[in-house]
Ligand binder design. Structure first.
Ligand code: 5GP
Ligand code: ZN
Length: 141
């Protein structure tokens, strides 16, 4: 028996408010919506985070993202939309089954406050080049 709350939602052993389902993904309303229309999209196969998704699973899941985004856009006419995906507790992950948040944005006081503070020590051209070289080396492996 799985202990994963999102696996239980997929199985139907705990209730959810479904908006979309196909063979591989399931989308449902977040139980604690940050804004009107806050939706979660998950793979049906239990994967803890982005590191564990296969390329095929990721490709299919993200192919569904514009469909959901456009449904939210057409119905609620939000001023914007954030897609958010947390990996690991320090990144804000609370449920350890991969999920992509769709958070429609209505204005700057709608309750969702992502902030990007520039880290000065990472900002020089030399540092950015150095970090990019490290990432490229990994990607070439
Ligand atoms: P995380 O912080 O892991 O990125 O986001 C987890 C999300 O799952 C939260 O926004 C939270 O409200 C939502 N959530 C947690 N438990 C349940 C549940 O039982 N049902 C639904 N529909 N959403 C849940
Ligand atoms: Zn799961």
């Amino acid at each position: 028996m799985t202990e994963c709350i999102f696996c239980k939602i997929i199985e139907g052993t705990i209730p959810s408010v479904k908006i979309y389902e196909d063979e591989n993904v399931f989308a449902f309303m977040d139980i604690m919506p940050v804004t009107k229309g806050h939706v979660l999209l998950i793979p049906k196969t239990h994967r803890e985070n982005v590191y564990d998704l296969t390329e095929e699973e990721a490709a299919h899941l993200f192919s569904v993202a514009p469909k959901i985004a456009n449904a939210l856009k057409d119905e609620f006419k939000p001023a914007g939309l954030n897609l958010l995906q947390n990996n690991g507790a320090p990144a804000g992950q609370a449920v350890f089954h991969f999920h992509l948040h769709f958070i429609p944005r209505y204005d700057e006081t709608d309750g969702f406050r992502p902030t990007f503070e520039t880290k000065e020590s990472e900002s020089s051209t030399e540092r950015i080049q150095e970090i990019a070289a490290q990432i490229r080396a990994k990607l070439e492996n």
